[in-house]
Design a protein around this ligand. Sequence first.
Ligand code: SAH
Length: 395
Amino acid sequence: MHTVILKPKHALPFYARHPWVFNGAIDRVEGSPAPGDEVELVASTGQFIARGLYNAASKINVRLYSWDADQPLDAAFFRKKLEAAVRLRHDWLKLNAGPNPAYRVAFSEADGLSGLTVDRYGDYATVQFTALGLASRRAAFGEVLRELLGVKGVYVRTEKGIGQLEGLELHDGLLCGEMPPAEVVIEENGLRFAVNLTEGQKTGYYLDQRDNRAAVAKLAGGRRVLDAFSYSGGFGLYARRAGAAEVECVDASEPALNLARRNAELNGLDGVTFARNDVFGHLDQCVSAGRKFDVIVLDPPKFARNRAALPAAVQGYRKLHQQAFKLLERDGVLVTCCCTGLITPVMLEEIVAAAAAEARRDLQILERRGPAADHPVAASCRESAYLKCLISRVE
Ligand code: SAH
């Protein structure tokens, strides 16, 4: 067994079960682990802490998976981890109960599987590997997933840049079973959505917003709704089904809008308009045209990937809110979503409060929400908390 020995005074986070061991915490490596090999992490005193997989090419030199000295990280271990993840979604959350179910099956650190994310869409699953150690064991993951989920096929999606970050050669493609068709139709709270597993954004659909869409829909009856950054139309179509008077979906991407149009059709929903536009420009145009909305949903993409980009991200959120306040009816509802992990819940509330004060509007936060429960947060790894959703009333 190879051993990674920590510097003195660097062991605390790992006793607390944080799974990422960065290079700076490591004193030395004994043995010569190859990329992806199993290692033991020990304190400077030599005391065992955890077992993980080694990758010197990544900033995260070791990802930890087990805190049990007697537990090897073999196929049976990872199978148990996947079974536990599936048990949460199936036995507790019952997300597999309906027809054509869609849910996140495993969420990386949040499920003790740092570097593996699995989504299920009906008869197919997608997997994303962001760690070399797990990617090199992918054939076994594919077979276990096919068995546990009873899906016909498992498809690999790769995020741009991940090859470089992990020193990993991996491409999109079928992992096992049958190739998914170009359109997989899933059902979410009784609405149907077309998902393109191989070409769509992320792994094809934003599963994390499931409960937030339902929460917003409850307020949408009879209202004029603007769904900004609409992608495949999730918030807008939920609102229209709930009886919204009008719904406008705005997105910069034509393929996204085509999907949204297709989804309106799949659900027999009319009365939804689709605008291809940059949201910032679109909001300005709506202000110039004197338009008003009762409900505005802002669900932009991640604005910052690192600390250096944070000021610009905060500025982006401020700008969006300044514009939204001009369009929101006197007694309106604003939905602020933020998937930028570096913007904390407190920071987000401060941004919203500052923009409201500047617009001389009173804002009440009605709900402080996060992602649906199939995107849990590991208490030992706060980085697994990323999505915030504030539902506010604006006088
Ligand atoms: N609300 C969606 C998810 C939004 S994802 C849902 O519930 O499924 C973010 C979307 O913002 C993407 O579809 C992307 O195409 C779009 N986007 C990114 N920057 C944009 C911009 N400046 N203007 C308009 N759309 C943008």
